[in-house]
Ligand binder design. Sequence first.
Ligand code: 1CP
Length: 370
Amino acid sequence: NSTIRQLQKEFPPIKNNLILRACRGEPVEHVPIWIMRQAGRYLPEYLSLRSQHSFFDVCRTPALVCEVTLQPLRRFDLDAAIIFSDILVVPQALGMQVDMIAKEGPRFAHPLNVPADIKIRVDRTKQASVELKYVYDAITLTRHALNGQCPLIGFSGAPWTLMSYMVEGKGSETHSKAKKWLYTYIEESHDLLQFLTHFVIDHLIEQVCAGAQLLQLFESHCGCLNHDLFVRFSLPYLRQIAKGVRDGLTRRQIPYVPIIIFAKDAHYALDELCSSSFDVVGLDWSVTRKQIRTLREKYPTVTLQGNLDPCALYASQDDLEKMIKQMLEIFGTKSYIANLGHGIYPDANVDNVKHFIDTVHRISKDMIKS
Ligand code: 1CP
């Protein structure tokens, strides 16, 4: 612990803290922007590195994580870096085998079919600080390499999203296998979600100890839940994480860092999310202008993030500019972080990504000045 604190003291001073100010609702010169999956397959330099290393080998090698995390920052004027990792490092840390299959995505060798599998496949004695040390080492290295250019975001998958992968064993349209647990193995589902919650809290706190300056929690699989299932099987654990990270950092005497909740497709629960003590609520691209205006009126102290359709990057630069202007007019320039409304696609046009970032900066700067 003392080594970590020593290292933290030696981190270079921050030059651009716009995104941290936006999280706190403080004035900014222009709206900060980062892009979900900004390090990834749309960048030729990422593909070139990936042709030599497997996905999880990159994740487990701090020097490669650092390189890939910095790649988009060399091209674009981004206001945050996000550590290169994956939400599925958590099930791996618990002893589950997950492989990344080219053109398909993640695959679990032995998913959880019935609750009895939990005892065999999930090792509850594992500790984040030990199993995921490679993530924390990568964060410390990258924070130094960033040299204060902008803040570094740490992240984790949320319990329901992790559980649904552990049961389905891969991506799914309906998540019906995982949802079946919520109707048939109710107690066992809560037990697994509760265990994952404690692990995720530890994982997030360790990332902050290692140097993460902002956190994002990904609850990506809300589209297959309804309000009732969300309130029972997702929301209580999200709230525990917000509180658990806050309390854990206080206990360790580490300054608080803001937390972003990105619950994809939870358009039915925006009120609950905005009143859950997260600093920032990320909105996916399907949230309407009307919903955004209502949230702004009801929750003026909650910072919002989002929500340009990732496919808008296929549009002409003139059309893109119109959409950006509209987005800035709806969200406003205060308590706002510009982003896409989900991860960028592998065929996104790099010039349009640059145009998106520069245009958000230019237009918001003019709006703030006038
Ligand atoms: O071949 C490759 O290089 C793999 C592509 C890839 C990348 C670049 C995967 C596989 N993961 C990542 C990195 C990643 N994943 C980051 C890095 C930081 C960044 O630049 O943003 C982050 C934040 C994630 C988070 C993640 N992984 C989520 C939550 C976000 C979301 O999209 O909703 C999810 C659901 C995953 C699982 C995952 N990992 C990879 C894929 C293709 C998927 C989705 C599979 C599916 O369910 O269809």
